[in-house]
Design a protein. Structure first.
Length: 706
């Protein structure tokens, strides 16, 4: 997305949102009720009726928006009057609604906006929350960030949007959208948009399809090759207890991710297990203070807290209600975390010591909540001592976690395994390593077969990127930690990792993958990746003419470079206008051509691309050897019903002769005009042929090819 768009809208009806939290809104779809949970009293009161459907709540302090996914409508709750605004249609059933403080020009009393985002196109609408009842889903959006985009709220209620299409994290304020961070662009998914969190410690984006977390420190591969993932959710704009994305003591961004088997912290140098559960289908976890909270649709809750110097000393997992279609959500008022199962209305306050049920006091047929269900499930805690810098913590050795990694489509290079070192009794064997280069995207994907071990399971891998002059040292195991010297080292528990950034040096990179267990390590043989060499100067443009669509243009000879750049030259020989870029061997006419018969001079060079950049050879100057011929008949169309060809203009670069006829013995007679040719009887499109002749060259068009 380019440029900046200023936001402008009326503000008289805006609603302030700085009052103390007025409870936490929860849902009971089975009873059709919306209720307000009071964590101090342990009750749910102030109930309002809801239409049956899949209901979601977005809350900020005393303001809440109710979204009915079944009917694709939304309304705002008036907490004081216990009423809701008129329902308005959302632009899509999966539209994301966020509450944020977009206009930060009022630091003493910032005001609240409602933000609507559609994952399919990344379209964003912004309005004062008091104007939600007048939202027009057919109005043009304020921004468009592409398929799979997602929004989050950061510090002070600031609004952020992550765009896979642009490879960017944007902050949106009253002046427009501002790029705050970048990453390698990738194809977004409307059905599985990215998840994003932004906090004081940095930002993180979860790409669930590739099972990776992107942070401001780099890309972190997540363990496992299947199962669902969920990134920590963003707290309310008025909650100041903890950032959504934490940071370690050394300033490294740490993202909280829920997987089917528990909660992990992911940073650029390690993936650390916090709480393990026997779960399935996690929802977005939450971090509050020094505790992390998780919930799974398999009727499980979990909490892990840090005390003294230990990463997790308290952990807990309990069942949800026995309802088979439980849809849990975690909510907080900044002091208490509650879990609400929208399907049944069952609600718990979650603490490090366990969970406490809420009682619905209004609207329910019974004052008691049915808590019958399976016995509590217990999470397995990581009781290890605090990690040190450079530690690599991996999942349970009995559950090795290969990762399919990213799909890249250029040439691949393989290496055969070569052991460098192995300590201890365990016998390790390295798997095949492959490097796949995508120069158009500017990436190198390194992947490998899972290493095999005759003893304990493989805990993880270290990937070294060695520049010219770097030497790969021998791997070692020290007190359960794997180390290896030389180059840039990246840790992962998966079986692939993706490198982007600047073009590799002329000498290329070497990659070495080291696998390790608790007592042994082994390294692969180095695999070398070199970029395409910088092309030589373009020396010849006098090759034969070539068709490009309906144009007869000249080609570059020999035409072996992946990309060319061309610039027009003025009478003084200086470059003028913009630089044209093309990747075919034929030079597009609009880059070098002029009026028919006019000699045009230009300069051209061959390039080897790397992402958005390129390494190019020297410029060489040329004159168009002969005029390109344009055979385009503007707005050419054919009607099968009337057997008539029509166009709006003839080519402008020479005398053009148009002829039409029918195949297959149609026997049709044709009437010709300046802008049409018409048969006296219908002719099937496969049999209707039109030819254009200019300067002895002929172009043929069939109606069924239009």
């Amino acid at each position: 997305m380019g440029g900046v768009v200023a936001l402008s809208y009326d503000r008289p009806s805006r609603v302030t949102d700085h009052q103390p939290a007025a409870g936490i809104w929860v849902v009971d779809e089975s009873a059709g009720l919306l209720g307000r949970a009071d964590p101090r009293a342990g009750t749910v009161d102030a109930t309002m009726e809801l239409a049956a459907g899949d209901v979601e709540i977005v809350q900020s302090s005393n303001t809440a928006v109710v979204i009915d996914r079944t009917r694709s409508v939304a309304s705002v709750v008036d907490a004081a009057a216990l009423t809701r605004s008129d329902e308005v249609r959302l632009p899509a059933r999966d539209a994301q609604v966020t509450l944020a403080m977009v206009d930060q020009r009022e630091p003493v009393d910032p005001l609240l906006d409602a933000v609507v985002l559609t994952p399919r196109a990344g379209d964003v609408w912004i309005m004062p929350v008091g104007d939600v009842g007048r939202f027009d889903a057919d109005a043009p959006p304020a921004f468009s960030f592409g398929t799979g985009a997602s929004a989050a709220v950061g510090e002070e209620g600031r609004l952020y949007v992550a765009s896979p299409r642009d490879g960017a994290l944007y902050e949106i304020d009253h002046d427009g959208a501002h790029r705050r961070a970048g990453f390698t662009p990738f194809r977004g998914s409307a059905s599985d948009p990215v998840q994003v969190s932004v906090g004081a410690g940095g930002w993180s984006v979860l790409d669930r399809a590739a099972r990776r977390v992107i942070t401001d420190d780099g890309v972190v591969d997540l363990p496992g090759d299947s199962g669902e993932l969920a990134l920590e959710t963003t707290l309310s704009p008025t909650i100041e207890s903890a950032p959504a994305t934490a940071s370690s003591a050394d300033g490294t961004s740490v993202a909280l991710v829920a997987a089917d088997d528990g909660l992990v912290e992911a940073s650029i140098d390690r993936v650390r297990s916090l709480v393990r559960v026997d779960g399935e289908s996690p929802v977005r976890p939450l971090r509050l203070g020094d505790c992390v909270y998780g919930a799974w649709e398999s009727h499980t809750l979990a909490v892990g807290c840090a005390q003294t110097a230990r990463p997790a000393t308290v952990g807990h997992a309990e069942p949800w209600s026995p309802a088979p279609e439980a849809r849990p959500r975690l909510r907080t008022d900044g002091h208490t975390v509650i879990a609400n199962d929208a399907a049944t209305g069952h609600t718990w306050a979650i603490t490090p010591d366990g969970s406490r049920p809420f009682v619905w006091t209004g609207g329910h047929d019974s004052d008691e909540v049915d808590l019958s269900g399976p016995s509590p499930k217990t999470g397995v805690l990581d009781e290890a001592s605090p990690p040190r810098a450079g530690d690599v913590l991996a999942p349970d050795p009995q559950r090795p976690a290969p990762d399919a990694g990213s799909t890249v489509t250029d040439a691949a290079v393989r290496s055969e395994p070569r052991p460098l070192a192995a300590e201890g009794p365990t016998v390790l064997s390295a798997g095949d390593v492959e490097a796949t280069v995508d120069e158009s995207a500017g990436t190198i994907a390194v992947s490998w077969q899972p290493f095999t071990s005759a003893g304990s399971g493989v805990l993880g891998y270290l990937v070294q990127r060695l520049a010219p002059g770097d030497e790969a040292g021998t791997c070692a195991i020290d007190q359960g930690r794997a180390t290896v010297a030389g180059g840039e080292v990246r840790a992962t528990t998966g079986t692939s990792t993706l490198y982007g950034g600047e073009r590799p040096p002329d000498g290329g990179y070497r990659f070495v993958v080291t696998g390790y267990t608790d007592g042994a390590c082994v390294s692969s043989a180095p695999i070398e990746v070199r970029p395409t060499p910088v092309p030589d100067a373009v020396g010849d443009l006098r090759g034969e003419m070539a068709w490009i669509g309906t144009r007869w243009d000249y080609r570059v000879s020999p035409g072996q470079a992946p990309r060319y750049e061309v610039e027009r030259l003025d009478a003084a020989g200086a470059a003028t206008g913009s630089t044209g870029v093309f990747s075919e061997t034929a030079v597009p006419r609009e880059l070098t051509g002029g009026a028919f018969g006019e000699t045009v001079t230009f300069r051209i060079r061959a390039c080897a691309p790397w992402g958005a950049d390129a390494a190019c050879g020297p410029w060489t100057e040329h004159a168009a050897p002969e005029p390109s011929l344009d055979f385009t008949l503007a707005d050419l169309a054919y009607s099968e019903d009337t057997g008539e060809w029509t166009w709006s203009a003839l080519p402008d670069n020479g005398t053009a002769k148009v002829r039409v006829f029918g195949l297959g013995g149609s026997g049709a007679q044709w009437e010709a005009g300046a802008l049409y040719c018409r048969a006296n009887a219908p002719v099937a499109p496969a049999d209707a042929v039109l030819t254009i002749r200019i300067d002895g060259q002929v172009r043929e068009v069939r109606a069924n090819e239009l």
